[in-house]
Structure formats: structure tokens, C-alpha cells
Design a protein around this ligand. Structure first.
Ligand code: ADP
Length: 419
């Protein structure tokens, strides 16, 4: 530019037309730049091809830098496209249905399995609310309550024989990932297991009744028996009773599991129920324990009376059975703003912390000998767990070995009835 101005001034001075030459050279310079801008614009809008020659000045540098940026951009685009392609292949191969939702439940994207299992159609259903397409009440309630920690199970809207386990996970910014798995086989197995336990327990009942009948008959003529025979008879009676308790508990458990409906939600007069339990506990303990009941007499609960009685009896019976003579047992029935509580506190042998998460498993026993010796079936706390689940209640266990345990059933406010 400086060279051009000097040349224009020199020519102008020689010819006496300084302004004319200055104008001529500036215009030429401008036109040259405009031509390069035009070339640049053409090259950019063509989207491909090598860059035009930009000379050795500023324009050369601009074209060179732009070409580098474009190559870099192409390379990235190729990588992203490859990733996208791989992602598409992966999600298409996935046996689980996957749906991306906005927080309002509008469908953003789904894979092929979602089409098969949930009946979604592409692109028709994109942007639709999933609750309008998958209309099972369990799923609608799950979406509404937004308690996304546990999966829910319901039949597929496309094929009612297919049982789906659906999990919804919030991710990113205001998005939800829905994953549906086909759990039909697991469901069938679980049903077979339940039916098997129920049938076996049922089948065992009749022979057991016959056996116990004979034992009782023999007991009527005890005086004619030798000591050895009497001991054997006692043992037979004891074992038959134990087996009867196990069979009854197994039957109760399988009823609790199979009956999918929650118990009838009539009001249960818990104070009256606890009065009965009070006399049962005293009969069970004899005078071996100091038993105290603290009952809010105006506090009742909506639920299944038989189920609640079983659960409460199991907890109190455990306290009696696992508390040595002279110990204290305190039973409380009370409420606060968070709901109602049935609490059994004992000063018994206690439970080590690592056993606590497993206590409600069937036949899980910390002290096998003591459980058997005191007539335990190993099913008591499993029954408690199921009953509480059916009442949307929770079991809390605190315990210290050698000092005692506290079992608390926490019922939600929605079930509380005040007299
Ligand atoms: P069981 O019929 O054997 O008592 P449960 O299911 O009622 O079966 O209880 C499971 C196990 O938990 C028991 O075997 C016992 O070891 C332990 N347990 C339950 N309640 C208490 C308690 N109050 N104190 C100490 N241990 C307990």
C-alpha cells in the first residue's frame, strides 16, 4: 500500500496530476481486494474444493487459515458422524427399549426395541407425551409421582403376554431416559416358584393334620407308655407343631405375595388389637420379662386387620423369644406429623450390624439354635416386611449386640385414622 502511494505521488509529481494518480491507484487497490473477497465468498459457499490462490500478502494468510479451519471441521464432522452411526447401530441392536423424554414426558427419541415393546412409531410419535401412548395406570402413576428410584412392572401395551420392567432415570438438563426390559421369563419363574411353595405347603397340611391326630390319640393313653415312648411322643408332638407353624407361615407368605391387591383399607382399631397382643405377650413370656405397653388409644390405622395382627405379633414374639429372663420389653403405638409408629424395644441379645439388612429374608436366622429352640420358623420378619410393603410402611431396625434391639414400623400419614 505504501509502495503504491509512493508510486502514485511520483507519477503525479512527474505528470502534474497528483490527485488523479492517487485516486487511480487507490481504486485499483480496492478493486483487487474486492475481487479476492468475491473469490473467498464463492469458495466458502461452494463448501468444497481447494482454496483460491490468495497471493502472498494478508489474503494468502487468510485463505490458508480458513482452509486449515475447514479441514479441521471436516475431520471432526467425520468423527461425529462415525460416532452417531455406531450409536445408531448400538441402540438398534439393544434388546431393551430406550426412550429419551423431556421432563414433561414428550418423546425426543427412541430405538427400534421401543417400537416393538411399547408400540411407538417413528416419526409420528416424536414430540407426543409418552403418557398418552403408554397408558397403563401403574406407569402413569410412576411418571406422576416421579419416584424414579425403583422400576415398575406392567404388561406391554402391544402384547399383554409380555411383562415389562420400566426404569426412568433423570439425566442431563431436564431430560429423562426410559429403559424397558422384557422380564416375562423372570415373571413366569417367579410365579412358578410362588405356586410351588403354595402348593407344597397346602399339600403338607393334610398329612400333618393326620399325624397330629394320631399323636393326640396316643397322648390320651400316655399312662400306658414307657418313659422312652413318652419322650418320643413329646418330640413327635413338638416337631409336628413346628412343622405346622412353618407350613402356616409359608402359606401366609405366599398369600401376601400372590394377592396383588393391597389389603382392604377399612379402619383397624389398633388399640383393641394391641390389648389382645398384650395378653398374648404376657402368656408367652410367663413372668420372665417386664413388659410395658404404651398405646395412643385414639390412634387407628386403615389397612388389613389380619395382616397387621400377624406383623405386630411376630415382632412382639421375637422380642420375648430373644430377650433373656429379667429383660425389659417396651411396646409403643404413637404418631407424629410424619405418620404412625408401632415400636418394639427390647433389652435382649441384640443383632450385629451386618445381619440387619438380611433379617427379612426367608429362613435367615442370626441364632439358628435359639430360633428353633424357641419355636421360630425363620419367616416372621419376612412376613412383617411383606405386610408393611402392602401398607406402604417401612421397617427400621436398630440394634446393639448384648444390649437390645428396636424394631419400628412407620406407617404413612395417609393411613392414620384419629378417633
Ligand atoms: P425366627 O422365627 O427365627 O425368629 P424371624 O424372621 O422372626 O425368624 O427373625 C429372623 C432372625 O432375626 C431371628 O432368627 C433372630 O436371629 C433375629 N431376631 C429377630 N428379632 C430379634 C430380636 N428382637 N432380638 C434379637 N434377634 C432377633
Amino acid at each position: 500500500m505504501a509502495g503504491l502511494i509512493v508510486a502514485a505521488l511520483l507519477l503525479g509529481w512527474l505528470s502534474g496530476h497528483v490527485l488523479f494518480f492517487l485516486w487511480l491507484f487507490t481504486t485499483g487497490y480496492l478493486i483487487a481486494h474486492l475481487l479476492r473477497i468475491r473469490r473467498l465468498e464463492r469458495w466458502l459457499s461452494s463448501g468444497a474444493g481447494p482454496p483460491p490462490h490468495g497471493g502472498s500478502g494478508v489474503w494468502g494468510e487468510v485463505f490458508y487459515q480458513l482452509q486449515r479451519m475447514r479441514q479441521h471441521h471436516w475431520r471432526r464432522k467425520r468423527t461425529v458422524t462415525q460416532y452417531l452411526q455406531r450409536f445408531r447401530e448400538l441402540t438398534a441392536a439393544m434388546p431393551d427399549a430406550t426412550v429419551v423424554l423431556r421432563t414433561g414426558g414428550e418423546i425426543e427419541w427412541f430405538n427400534e426395541a421401543a417400537g416393538r415393546m411399547l408400540g411407538l412409531r417413528s416419526p409420528h410419535d416424536i414430540g407426543q407425551r409418552i403418557a398418552n401412548l403408554v397408558r397403563h395406570p401403574v406407569f402413569i402413576e410412576h411418571l406422576r409421582a416421579r419416584h424414579f428410584t425403583d422400576p415398575v412392572e406392567f404388561p406391554s401395551p402391544v402384547n399383554l403376554d409380555l411383562v415389562l420392567s420400566v426404569s426412568v432415570v433423570p439425566y442431563g438438563q431436564e431430560q429423562l431416559l426410559l429403559v424397558a426390559r422384557d422380564v416375562t421369563r423372570l415373571h413366569r419363574l417367579e410365579r412358578t416358584r410362588r405356586d410351588f411353595v403354595a402348593n407344597v405347603s397346602h399339600e403338607l397340611r393334610t398329612p400333618l393334620t393326620v399325624l397330629r391326630g394320631f399323636v393326640e390319640m396316643l397322648e390320651d393313653g400316655r399312662e400306658n407308655l414307657t418313659d422312652e415312648e413318652r419322650r418320643s411322643l413329646n418330640l413327635m408332638d413338638e416337631q409336628a407343631k413346628r412343622m405346622e407353624r412353618i407350613v402356616n407361615d409359608l402359606l401366609l407368605l405366599s398369600r401376601l405375595e400372590t394377592d396383588e391387591r393391597p389389603p382392604r383399607r377399612g379402619p383397624v382399631a389398633v388399640p383393641a388389637l394391641l390389648e389382645l397382643l398384650n395378653s398374648e405377650a404376657r402368656a408367652m413370656s410367663g413372668t420372665r420379662h417386664n413388659i410395658k405397653f404404651e398405646v395412643d388409644a385414639a390412634l387407628s390405622l386403615r389397612g388389613g386387620e389380619d395382616e397387621l395382627r400377624s406383623a405386630f405379633t411376630n415382632l412382639v414374639s421375637n422380642a420375648v423369644r430373644y430377650t433373656p429372663e429379667g429383660g425389659n420389653i417396651r411396646i409403643r403405638w404413637y404418631a407424629d406429623a410424619q405418620g404412625a409408629y408401632f415400636q418394639v424395644r427390647d433389652t435382649g441379645m441384640g443383632i450385629a450390624a451386618h445381619h440387619i439388612p438380611r433379617l427379612t429374608e426367608r429362613f435367615y436366622r442370626v441364632d439358628v439354635a435359639r430360633s428353633r429352640q424357641t419355636g421360630g420358623t425363620g419367616l416372621g420378619l419376612a412376613i412383617v416386611k411383606h405386610v408393611l410393603e402392602r401398607h406402604e410402611a417401612q421397617l427400621h431396625v436398630e440394634s446393639t449386640v448384648g444390649r437390645g434391639s428396636v424394631f419400628t414400623c412407620h406407617f404413612p400419614v395417609s393411613l392414620v385414622v384419629r378417633a
